[in-house]
Design a protein around this ligand. Structure first.
Ligand SMILES: [Cu+2]
Length: 151
């Protein structure tokens, strides 16, 4: 019996030891935390890189950032060349939900919350003036509108 108990103890000791070894990673949170943090920043950098390279690949895609809040857009007259493809980025700097839409082209961002950004790509094939607006009820009338001039 004693030898069996000793064997059990030995086996348990091995299990516990190997368990400890396996558990060492979670038990050293510093090492765990140190590793993911750089990983995350690397991923973010990768995202930025890929966005940059996307823009570089599509040389014609110019990014136009328009900020908006209650109840305005910071750019209300944007100029674009005919045939140009642009990425329109709307940054909601207000407190309410807003979007940025070009009704004539049926293009636009989602309705986004305070502090969020959304974007869409659009190609302006024809010259002219294209109105954009916030489609949330009443916001265009209160000033969330502008014009994109294509020439
Ligand atoms: Cu709005």
């Amino acid at each position: 019996m004693e030898s069996r108990i000793a064997l059990l103890l030995l086996v348990s000791a091995i299990l516990v030891t190997s368990g400890c070894l396996n558990g060492e990673d979670p038990e050293t949170p510093e090492g765990e935390l140190d590793q993911p943090e750089p990983d995350e920043s690397v991923e973010e950098e990768d995202d930025e890189d890929s966005e940059t390279s996307d823009a570089e690949n599509g040389e014609d895609v110019r990014q136009i950032v328009i900020e908006g809040g209650e109840h305005y857009f910071d750019s209300d007259n944007v100029e674009v060349e005919q045939g140009e493809t642009v990425e329109i980025v709307f940054a909601n700097t207000g407190d309410m939900q807003h979007d940025l839409r070009i009704p004539d082209l049926d293009e636009g961002t989602e309705v986004i919350s305070s502090g969020e950004r959304d974007s869409f790509e659009v190609t302006f094939d024809e010259e002219g003036e294209y109105d954009f607006e916030c489609s949330v009820s009443g916001h265009a009338e209160q000033g969330m509108e502008g014009t994109i001039t294509v020439r």
